[in-house]
Design a protein around this ligand. Structure first.
Ligand code: PMT
Length: 219
């Protein structure tokens, strides 16, 4: 069916910000609301895809017509993504995954120290880059949330992470990025000039990203 071009395709979307536990009551996280990822999941669903939405904690309601997998940490997100990866046709990494996690997780609440307190952080796995190394047939879409030199960093991520598309998100712009209703992005792919999507609702941005992916897959 022409109006359901993703029918028969499995699309995995990640959304929200991961939480990295320091102790039972404290964690490191970021400002992601999950809105961008949820809109992408719904846009893919509405094009006929079987969608698995892997969601870090958000305030959003689970969308209907898809499987939602709730995760907390970067490690849990990685485990959930790789469970689906082999059978996925398209993976879209809209989640804000922590690059670092506390080296050790205290099982009891850490008590106040006399003076300074130091938390040692270990690097997390780069899920997108690992998929980039392992991919066979999968189409990989990553994001690049940047505050400066956006195009340069986005093109760097396209190359280094071996993604098929990077959605460059200049999060310093007033109507774009974390926890906003709207977004403004540029799509970078290896074989086509960048596509600029000016300020519009996250749903409209999501529709345009999905449309572009469909077009690339049909070639
Ligand atoms: O959730 P909202 O409030 O709607 O906000 C949307 C958003 C700003 C979170 C979203 O549009 C966005 O830009 N998401 C990516 C945020 C991010 O982590 O960007 P990054 O440039 O640090 O990471 C680059 C890419 O690698 C991303 O696709 C990210 O999911 C992925 N990554 C990052 C770290 C890691 N350990 N593993 C990863 O796979």
């Amino acid at each position: 069916q022409t109006d359901l071009p993703l029918s028969g395709k499995k699309v995995v979307v990640t959304a929200g910000g991961t939480k990295e536990r320091i102790d039972p009551v404290r964690y490191i996280t970021n400002d992601s609301s999950g809105k961008m990822g949820y809109q992408l999941a719904m846009a893919a669903r509405d094009k006929g895809a079987k969608v698995v939405l892997i969601s870090a904690s958000t305030q959003l309601k689970h969308p209907f017509g898809m499987e939602v997998v709730a995760v907390e940490s970067a490690q849990q997100m990685s485990d959930a993504v790789f469970k689906e990866f082999e059978s996925a046709d398209i993976v879209i990494m809209a989640a804000a995954v922590s690059d670092y996690t506390p080296e050790t997780q205290a099982t009891q609440k850490i008590k106040k120290k006399e003076n300074q307190m130091v938390i040692s952080l270990a690097k997390t796995q780069d899920i997108l880059a690992t998929m980039g190394q392992q991919k066979s047939h999968q189409f990989l879409v990553g994001f690049a949330a940047e505050t400066h030199d956006v195009a340069e960093y986005a093109m760097g991520k396209l190359e280094k992470k071996n993604a098929d598309m990077i959605v460059a998100n200049d999060v310093s712009k007033p109507h774009a990025g974390f926890n906003k209703e709207t977004n403004e992005v540029t799509l970078f792919s290896k074989d086509t000039p960048p596509i600029e999507l000016s300020v519009r609702s996250k749903r409209d941005i999501a529709d345009s990203i999905i449309q572009e992916v469909i077009q690339k897959l049909s070639k």
